[in-house]
Design a protein around this ligand. Structure first.
Ligand SMILES: Nc1ncnc2c1ncn2[C@@H]1O[C@H](COP(=O)(O)OP(=O)(O)OP(=O)(O)O)[C@@H](O)[C@H]1O
Length: 267
C-alpha cells in the first residue's frame, strides 16, 4: 500500500509558481531522502503533505485518504498519523522536556498543551511519554527546561514527541541542518533506528549528499518544483546528486540514474 501518493501537485504563493505538477509515490516502510537546492519547493511539498499548507491543484493521498476530500476533523485525525520533525525542533520552549513529549499525544483523549501543563494526562500516557524519552536517551532530562538542552538533545525530544503521537509517517524537514556533523549523524542514526523498529515511512530532506546515500532506501531530487531524479540509493552517483545543486543546470539536463557506482556503499 502507498503511504504517500501525490499526483500533479501545483502550489503558488501569489505569482510564484512553486510546485509545478509534482508527482510522487512512496510505499509504506520506505525511507526516502529528498534533495534539492534552496528554494526549489521541498518545504512547501512537506507542508502540503501534512495539510499545513493547502495546494492549488492536484491530488494528495495519505495512507489511502485523499486530503482534498477530508473534513477538518478528519484532516486533524489524519495529521496525527504524520509526525513532523523540523530543523528548528519546534518545541514549546518554556515548559519541561516531559511536557513537550506528552504534548505529542494531543488529540488522544482530548489531550492538549493545557492538559499537559496541568498534569491531566492519564497514568498510561505519562508512562508512554517516559518510555519515549527513554528510547531517545533522555529520560534523565525529563524535568529539564527545553532551553537548557543542546540542539541534538532538542531534536531527540522532537523525535520522542512523534513516538508519543504514534505516527505512521515521519516527515523530517532538514532535521540535522542546525547540528554539528557528529550530533547530526547521531540524530539520523536514532531516527532510522526508530523508523525501522516501528516500520514507519519516512520522507526526509537533507543537504548532505553522503548522508543521503547512507540513509535513504531511495533518493529523489527536486528542481524548480518538480521531481527530476528518483532512484534507489545504490544506483545514484554523487555527481548526479550534485547536479541538483548546480544553478545553471536545467531540469532536463539532470542525468538519469547511473549504475556506475563501484565506490558507493551497497547496504
Ligand atoms: N509562505 C510563503 N509565502 C510566500 N513565498 C513562500 C512561502 N513559503 C515559501 N515561499 C517561497 O517559495 C519558494 C520555495 O520555498 P521552500 O521553502 O518550499 O523551498 P525549499 O526547497 O524548502 O528551500 P530550503 O532548502 O531553503 O529550505 C521560495 O522561493 C520561497 O521564498
Amino acid at each position: 500500500m502507498k503511504a504517500i501518493s501525490v499526483h500533479n501537485l501545483h502550489k503558488h504563493y501569489g505569482q510564484l509558481h512553486v510546485l509545478r505538477g509534482l508527482t510522487l509515490e512512496i510505499t509504506r516502510g520506505e525511507c526516502v531522502i529528498l534533495l534539492g537546492a534552496n528554494g526549489c519547493g521541498k518545504s512547501t511539498l512537506m507542508r502540503c503533505l501534512n495539510g499545513l499548507t493547502s495546494h492549488d491543484q492536484g491530488e494528495i493521498t495519505i495512507l489511502g485518504d485523499s486530503l482534498t476530500h477530508l473534513s477538518k476533523p478528519q484532516l486533524r485525525q489524519l495529521r496525527r498519523k504524520v509526525g513532523v520533525v523540523f530543523q528548528q525542533f519546534n518545541l514549546v520552549q518554556n515548559v519541561s522536556v516531559f511536557q513537550n513529549v506528552l504534548y505529542g499525544a494531543k488529540g488522544q483523549q482530548r489531550f492538549g498543551l493545557l492538559a499537559s501543563l496541568a498534569c491531566l494526562a492519564t497514568h498510561e500516557l505519562r508512562e508512554r511519554a517516559m518510555a519515549s524519552l527513554e528510547r531517545v536517551g533522555l529520560a534523565h532530562k525529563a524535568h529539564a527546561d527545553c532551553r537548557q538542552l543542546s540542539g541534538g538533545q532538542q531534536q531527540r525530544v522532537a523525535i520522542a514527541r512523534t513516538l508519543m503521537q504514534d505516527a505512521e509517517i515521519i516527515i523530517a524537514d532538514e532535521p540535522i541542518a542546525s547540528l554539528d556533523p557528529k550530533a547530526g549523524k547521531e540524530i539520523m542514526d536514532l531516527l532510522l533506528d526508530v523508523v525501522s523498529e516501528r516500520r514507519l515511512t519516512v520522507l526526509c530532506t537533507l543537504h548532505q549528499l553522503e548522508l543521503a546515500q547512507q540513509y535513504g532506501d531511495r533518493i529523489i531530487g527536486m528542481k524548480a518544483g518538480q521531481i527530476v531524479l528518483d532512484t534507489p540509493r545504490q544506483q545514484v552517483a554523487l555527481a548526479t546528486m550534485q547536479q541538483l545543486y548546480q544553478g545553471d543546470v536545467r531540469v532536463d539536463q539532470i542525468s538519469p540514474p547511473t549504475v556506475d557506482n563501484a565506490a558507493l556503499p551497497t547496504s
